[in-house]
Ligand binder design. Structure first.
Ligand SMILES: Nc1ncnc2c1ncn2[C@@H]1O[C@H](COP(=O)(O)OP(=O)(O)OP(=O)(O)O)[C@@H](O)[C@H]1O
Length: 331
């Protein structure tokens, strides 16, 4: 059974179409990322699914319950966890009191394990919590009744790198247990690491739903090459498939610190030579491009070239919008 189904779901605020005719399905047991820039319509979609906003048009079901059928939705929510983008806990209550409150309402199957993992401070009142600590407490309250479907709105916002890592490991564990996670994010890297499939929303419209591998293959990588000798343009334009937006230049570099000053910065080059930390004439060739081909082919194409530096990074979300969907990404 599908965990979430949307059919033409639409929300209009006056002139603003926050979500327009959105249709997709999240399968049971899947980790699904809902990716889009600020203001794209992610929170609006999530809040409709939870029955917190009524749709202007269209329909949706979560765990089989029609989101406009209040009674059915209340029943389904026993098996749903929800982390809002800005959890509104009672500011005068302590973390422990919040947990007790949630345990009374929804039950508590695993708060001990979650507290060990996310470790929010329990004895101080919420008003003294940092943003990240509210998030950590929110993760505990979201998962403590061990729901089969969890909907999270930008779950890692405000978490430090260690907590983000713990959250990622936790999500992998939940997937192995067969639970379904649907979460919004504006960070491609996060979605890439955690999700099976991803839906991209932009200006209220669903642009694509893809397995995460397919999305990454299409979005390509950003390649930066620095070489001692020039590479003929034909290598990039004819011999190697998948090179886009090639930019070539020159830089003064040291082997220890390849990203240096521009070649025309003769003072810096002279300084380096004086210090003896530049090689040869210190001038290197730099090539930057987006690459949608195979990394093996790239490495083969430059195998005869003396490399100073090579970096291959994930394309930023913005470039995916530009390359495949046109226009800017400001929703
Ligand atoms: N109550 C409201 N009244 C009017 N417009 C709204 C309201 N809530 C949201 N919007 C507008 O709807 C659009 C979608 O907003 P939404 O909060 O769903 O985006 P989002 O993708 O969650 O953004 P973010 O990543 O910044 O949280 C935006 O243009 C926003 O300004």
């Amino acid at each position: 059974m599908a965990a979430i189904e949307l059919e033409g779901l639409t929300k209009t605020y006056g002139d603003v179409q926050a979500a327009r005719d959105i249709s997709f399905t999240v399968e049971s047991g899947e980790v699904f990322g809902y990716l889009g820039p600020n203001g794209a319509g992610k929170t609006t979609t999530l809040r409709m699914l939870l029955g917190l906003l009524s749709p202007t048009a269209g329909e949706a079901r979560v765990l089989g319950a029609d989101i406009t059928d209040e009674r059915a939705l209340i029943g389904a929510k026993r098996q749903i966890g929800y982390l809002p983008d800005d959890p509104q806990f009672d500011k005068s209550a302590t973390g422990r009191e919040i947990l007790e409150f949630h345990a009374d309402i929804k039950g508590d199957e695993r708060s001990d394990e979650l507290l060990e993992l996310f470790d929010p401070p329990l004895e101080r009142p919420i008003r003294a919590y940092s943003h990240g600590n509210v998030r950590k407490l929110g993760l505990v309250t979201t998962f403590m009744h061990d729901p089969e479907l969890v909907i999270l709105d930008e779950p890692t916002g405000g978490l430090d790198p260690l907590m983000k890592q713990r959250f990622a490991e936790f999500v992998r564990g939940e997937r192995e247990r067969g639970h379904t996670l649907f979460f919004s994010s504006h960070i491609l890297g996060e979605v890439r690491r955690l999700c099976d499939r991803v839906g991209i929303i932009r200006s209220g419209e669903l642009v694509t739903v893809d397995p995460v591998d397919a999305l990454l293959n299409r979005s390509g990588k950003v390649v930066r090459l620095a070489t001692v000798d020039p590479i003929p343009r034909t290598t990039f334009e004819r011999d190697l498939e998948g090179v886009h937006d090639l930019a070539a230049g020159a830089g003064v570099r040291t082997r220890a610190s390849p990203r240096g000053e521009p070649a025309d910065d003769s003072t810096a080059a002279e300084d380096r030579k004086q210090r003896g930390d530049a090689t040869d004439d210190g001038v290197y060739r730099e090539y930057t491009f987006t690459f949608t081909g195979h990394v093996d082919d790239l490495l083969a194409a430059v195998s005869d070239v003396e490399l100073v530096d090579l970096t291959i990074e994930e394309a930023p979300l913005e470039s995916i919008f530009l390359r495949y969907y046109g226009g800017d990404d400001n929703a």
